[in-house]
Structure formats: structure tokens, C-alpha cells
Design a protein around this ligand. Sequence first.
Ligand code: ZN
Length: 287
Amino acid sequence: MQTLKKLSERFWYQTPVSETDRPILGAVVGNDLTLMIDAGNSEDHATYFLEELSKNGIPRPSLAVITHWHWDHIFGLSALDFPSISSKETKTKMKELIPFDWTDEALNDRVKKGIEIEFCAAAIKQEFQEHRDIHIKLPTVTFDKKVEIDLGGVTCILLQVGGDHSSDSIVVYIKEEKPLFLSDCIYANMYAPKNNYTVLNTLRLLDILDTFDAETYILSHWKPVTKKEYQQEVNTLRSIAKLTEKFKGKKQAITEAYIEQISRELNEDELETIEFFVNGYMLNQQD
Ligand SMILES: [Zn+2]
């Protein structure tokens, strides 16, 4: 069950759905304009979000920002009757999706060829059970690197931060209230032979994110987390990145050193993070 929640005076968000991979959608409500964050994984998803906003008396958005090109953040765009904004790179990547068919056969074929990933193909089939009305609509406005949007009494900074998950990733920072909408940027790269993190991209991304004076961090497939929770996550990523470099991607050595560093057994998430860094190290060696 998706619910619309109010995080701060100006920021609302709708909770995600894991089975169909629906990410969090956000709305920043200014005195003059409402900004929608991400368009959702389908027209149904986008429409449902707009209905929920309306039920809660929130002024209809007049602009949508797209955080990166992945299907679950863009397929809802065709349901919106207002303009959208993205990085130039996001638009370029979205253009590449235009020729694709989205039938089961076409999806299966792309999974076989390594163009699409099984996880996404399965979620698309799950989201679009009855009608697969997928039309790639491109963003109206694009920007390079950074743009600031004044919504009236509240300002959003859109900054392209890249990272392993997707090099076109942007974050949205709500200046006056300090939530930082990370979307998927700190997740691993899934569009690769193996899910992976690379040392260089991770450390570079985390340094950029540190330049924001944020209090809450929104992870699109999870929830808003506090600064403390975010920092724990970031410490894990930084420590494992550094150990990956030190031990040249040797899994056993990284694991043992990390256990010693934190003086306890590792949980599943930490073991997975190590595996992703090892994968990234190996993939870099092959280049
Ligand atoms: Zn993504």
C-alpha cells in the first residue's frame, strides 16, 4: 500500500513498492510552483501520485524533475501534461530507449543479449500486467551539471553527481528545509555483467554529497533516512572502498580486515557491499 507522507513543511513523498519496483515520488511545494520529483514507473504510478496530491489539497505540479534514465523513474512521464527537466545525459540515455518494444518477447530477448537486466524485466511485467502503454516521452528542459529552481519561498538545487548506479544521476536538494533527494545515486551499478561498485566513483560521489548540509536523505527504493543513518551507510561504503583498494580486490582479505575494523560479524548488507566492490575491482582489471 502506497501512502503519501509529509516529511517537512514543503516536502511530501509517496512510499515505494518493491514488487513492481516503484520508487519514491516527491513533491516540493512552493508559493508559486510545485515540483514533482521523478515521474514514476508507469502512467498509473504517476496518475496515482497526482491524485493523492490533489486529495491532500496540494497544488498540482507544474514541473517534473527526472533523476536518471532508468525505466522506473521515467515511464510515468507520458501521463504528465506539464513540462519536465533532466540533465542532458539523462535525455540522451532516454532517447536510446525510444526504438525498444516492451512485449514479454522483446524484454526476454534483451535480457538474453545483456541489454536489459532480469530484475527490471520482471518488474516491468509485474507493473504492466493488463496494458503495456509505454511511450518514452523526453524531458522538455535539460541542463548541464547544476541548476537552481525558485518555487516561491523554497529553492531546489539540482546537481548532477553521477556515481556507479548511473552516470547521469542528479540529486535534488531543498535548500531551506535540508532534505537531500538522493534517488538511486548511492546504489550499485546493476547494468553490468555483475552488480558492482568501483572505488574511485564511490569515493568521488560521497565527497560531492558531503558538500550538502543535509539533514534527511531520501533513497528512492527505501525511505528517508536521518543524517546519522546515512552516515553509517556512507562509513560502510568508504571503509570497504578503501579496503578494496588496499587489498587489490581480494575478497577474503577485505572481509577479514573489515571484521577487525568494526569488531563484529558482518551482516548481509555488508557482505553484499564487499561482493559488489570485488566485482567492480575485477571488472576494472578487465578493461
Ligand atoms: Zn535507478
